[in-house]
Design a protein around this ligand. Sequence first.
Ligand code: AMP
Length: 202
Amino acid sequence: MITRNFGIPVTSPGAILRRERDLGTPLGQETAEVLQSGGLVSDKIIIELIEDWLRLHGGHGFVFDGFPRTRPQAESLNSILKRLRTALDLVIWLEVSEETVRDRIAGRLQCGECGFTTSSSSAQFANRAVCPYCDGPLARRNDDDLGVLQTRLQEFRSKTEPLASFYEELSILRRTDGNRDREVVFSDISQLIEDKARHDSD
Ligand code: AMP
């Protein structure tokens, strides 16, 4: 939604690694087991992915989804951006309850081609499991499982949650209630992006 509305390229290490796995590349094979278990892939691999992606696509703004997830990743990102003479404008922290997470992964469908995400309860897609944007196949993720979710939540609490205070100290963190419908959450996110852009052009 951010790419479509603002023309800002978005990347997510999770999406890159799922694609590598599906293509059977050495990187995909090396990381498939960690993804399936709900653990975190090594910081070294993730940072290399992000550096490569930034070199190719990051010249005119970017959004990261699911990155950084650890303090070393956040510190490396700061160093990379410093080298590129830029910095993060905004960190959007989506607050969701465990119940919301459980409900969403139970029904989540994702496009194998472009990564578009929807839910199986969305009537429009229930009868034909193809992506409305690229006609790719919509399927469940193999880590969308309640057992795997427990590991993912533990990793989040121990390694990712502390990043909120890291970015709060840099005064760039904005919290948003992510339990609401996606259109309402997206409207809040759009507002944050527009406010930031307006502030920068003043
Ligand atoms: P996601 O698509 O963001 O839910 O990520 C799916 C999986 O990819 C995670 O459970 C991790 O195994 C791996 N992954 C994605 N992003 C990261 C990251 N920043 N650091 C470590 N592992 C990651």
